[in-house]
Design a protein around this ligand. Structure first.
Ligand SMILES: [Zn+2]
Length: 256
């Protein structure tokens, strides 16, 4: 797989280095509150309107994620989950050279930190690249396991299929959220933010449509979700309550 990172020009690299330096200064100056008002949160670059409006397509994702008639629900979930896995893996690969054990010592998204749990449920503290590696290799194993994601005619999906899909989507969400919170500057330098926004919008609408990820889990990115997913609808009305689709209404993300 060709890594888009290798296409970085020296100009891009300088740009990235400059922003790394700026970020480092911000982090240093944050410090402990010492009983004073907590320092204001670092500005989230990915929420800037000039970047949030960038997409690679105007597809109506709300309609695109809906289960088509005559297609089995599990087949639909399997095919979409596998596709999202490949796309998110590819998107991460574009910035993976910047996601190192030094730059990302923990798997952090804004102020939330994630831990990996091994097969016996033991909590493992790991760096972000290790975490992403755990996610990608375990998902790869699942989506290529004929007993879990059957592709042959007549083979049934296991009873645990839905819970496995939910687990996969939760971890893929962590990876997407990490790209936004820690590698948006590099994504911008590569001019891949339109791809990232498009992938994120499609993915969020898909997991909402089928209630695949707990709303609590996605709260960390609610500010972005609101901007990206409310503008992806055909309605320019900000209230977003005009949907006649009961599933859409049921899954509607709470307004802040
Ligand atoms: Zn990282």
């Amino acid at each position: 797989m060709q890594q888009a990172g290798s296409t970085l020009t020296s100009e891009h690299l300088l740009w990235v280095q400059y922003h790394f330096a700026v970020t480092a200064v911000h982090r240093k100056s944050k410090g402990k509150p010492n009983g004073k008002k907590p320092a204001p949160e670092e500005k989230k670059l990915y929420l800037e309107p000039e970047y949030t409006k960038s997409r690679i397509t105007d597809f109506e994702f709300k309609e695109l994620v809906m289960l088509p008639r005559e297609i089995d629900l599990n087949e639909w979930l399997a095919s979409n989950t596998t596709t999202f896995f490949h796309h998110i893996n590819l998107q991460y690969s574009t910035i993976s050279e910047f996601c190192t054990g030094e730059s990302c010592q923990t798997m952090a998204v804004c102020n939330t930190q994630y831990y990996w749990y091994d097969e016996r449920g033991k909590k493992i503290k790991c760096t972000a690249p290790q975490y992403v590696d755990f996610v990608m290799s375990s998902v790869q194993k699942l989506v290529t396991d004929e007993d879990v994601f059957p592709t042959k005619y007549g083979k049934e999906f296991p009873n645990s299929f839905e819970s496995l899909v939910k687990k996969i989507c939760k971890y893929l969400f962590h990876v997407l959220a990490h790209i936004y919170s820690s590698h948006f500057k590099e994504t911008l330098a590569l001019e891949l933010h339109g791809h990232l926004n498009t992938l994120y919008t499609h993915f969020i609408l898909f997991i909402r449509e089928f209630n695949l990820v707990d709303l609590k889990e996605t709260t960390v990115m609610d500010d972005l979700t609101e901007v990206l997913c409310s503008s992806s609808g055909s309605s320019s009305n900000g209230s977003g309550n005009g949907s006649s689709n009961s599933a859409g209404a049921q899954n509607h993300v709470k307004e802040r």
